[in-house]
Design a protein around this ligand. Structure first.
Ligand code: FES
Length: 81
C-alpha cells in the first residue's frame, strides 16, 4: 500500500474507563514492525485495560471487568468519590 501524504489531524480521545479512540491517518505497527491494515476504518479503539482478546484493539471486555482507568482510580482514592 502506497503511503499518502495527508494533512488530516490525528485525534486520540481517552474514553472514560475504556479504550483510546484514535481518529485520523495513523499507521499502527505491532512489536515486529508489521503494519495493521486500517484502510477500511475511520477510527480505531485501542485497548487500554489489557484484557482484550483482539489486542491491540478493544473488544469491549473492559466493561465486563469493571475496568477503572488509573487516573480515575487515583482521583477516587484521593478524594473518596
Ligand atoms: S479497553 Fe476495551 S477491552 Fe480493553
Amino acid at each position: 500500500m502506497a503511503e499518502q501524504e495527508t494533512h488530516e489531524a490525528v485525534t486520540i480521545k481517552i474514553n472514560d474507563n475504556g479504550p483510546f479512540l484514535v481518529r485520523g491517518p495513523v499507521r499502527l505497527l505491532d512489536a515486529d514492525g508489521n503494519q495493521h491494515d486500517l484502510s477500511s476504518r475511520k477510527s480505531v479503539a485501542l485497548c487500554r485495560c489489557g484484557a482484550s482478546t483482539t489486542k491491540p484493539f478493544c473488544d469491549g471486555t473492559h466493561s465486563k471487568l469493571g475496568f477503572q482507568a488509573a487516573e480515575r482510580a487515583v482521583r477516587e482514592a484521593e478524594f473518596g468519590q
